[in-house]
Design a protein. Structure first.
Length: 311
């Protein structure tokens, strides 16, 4: 596709240059007097000459493309590229040649590009993890339907479970300390006199208790809030901004639980275990397994058509 775009651009530049040159031809005095532009006539060449010129024009920029986009050393391997080009050019309509060409493209994509991304996903680094030769053998064996100890579906189940294991293992190695720190913090926080803990593990402290209705899960509410990590780092706040409006059921689980217990007019400090926050996901300053602290002030239930619990 990139080569096709490159060729199109080269052709466009070629035609544009020709049109520009033609427009600069001096019009006759007679045409100028009549204030009438005379259409410039193109140069006349034979179809054969035009076809040859078209082919030559479309090679403009190709070497640069091969060097930068394909990583080919054209000083050393240009003859090999031309050899492949000639082989394909001589059999453009040959189905077997089309299949062969597609095979070479897939090999590049799977065994080079995708295998690198796979290693990155498993290790989190530019480190080789996959045995490339066995990876190739498995790929080819499945296509040839021989020397395969299990079905491709079974292979898919193996890969799915193993990738989940690798993902969890990598997260634990990189961010396991966040989980431990959060658990330790919540365990100590639960001992404080004014802190209450729900069955889910959510903790909260009432700063101001309102006397309005309590939102239902499908209600839309307006709140002010400030979110911090357990070390005090502020990662989000409405301070200096307009209040935040949201559906109660469209936020993290810890927020949904807290909001469906808070009467309008309340201001609570809420302590959320990572399972009720962003879990294993990373969101800006919030790393995987992070326990979070929010100060939430429930201002109003915006959508009055939604049911609200009575206090």
């Amino acid at each position: 596709m990139k080569i096709r775009i490159l060729f199109t651009l080269a052709l466009a530049l070629c035609l544009s240059a020709h049109a520009t040159a033609a427009s600069k031809k001096k019009t006759s005095k007679k045409a100028a007097k009549e204030v009438k532009a005379e259409a410039a006539k193109p140069d006349t060449v034979s179809t054969k000459d035009f076809s040859f010129a078209m082919g030559a024009a479309q090679t403009k920029g190709l070497k640069t493309f091969l060097q930068i986009n394909a990583g080919i050393d054209t000083a050393q391997y240009m003859n090999d590229f031309i050899r492949g080009l000639k082989d394909m050019a001589s059999k453009l309509e040959d189905p077997s040649m089309k299949a062969y060409a597609m095979g070479t493209q897939i090999a590049q994509q799977v065994f080079l590009d995708f295998s690198k991304r796979l290693n990155q996903e498993i290790t989190g680094k530019d480190t080789t993890f996959i045995d490339l030769e066995l990876y190739k053998k498995g790929f080819i064996a499945a296509l040839e339907n021989k020397d395969l100890p299990y079905t491709t579906d079974s292979a898919g189940h193996i890969v799915e479970k193993q990738m989940a294991f690798y993902h969890k293992e990598r997260l634990e190695k990189e961010f396991g300390q966040n989980r431990k720190d959060g658990e330790d913090f919540l365990a100590e926080n639960a001992k404080l006199k004014d802190v209450k803990t729900t069955a889910s593990g959510l903790q909260y402290k009432v700063i101001t208790q309102g006397n309005g209705p309590i939102p239902a899960k499908d209600a839309t509410v307006k709140v002010n809030y400030k979110g911090t990590l357990i070390d005090g780092t502020v990662f989000d706040t409405t301070e200096g901004k307009s209040p935040f409006q949201t559906n109660v059921n469209h936020v993290i689980k810890g927020w949904t639980e807290a909001l469906t217990m808070m009467p309008v007019g309340s201001k609570w400090e809420v302590y959320i275990p990572y399972q009720l926050a962003y879990g294993e996901r990373e969101a800006g300053k919030i790393k995987p397994f992070s326990a979070l602290i929010f100060t939430i002030e429930l201002l109003e239930i915006v959508d009055t058509t939604q049911a609200a619990k009575k206090k």
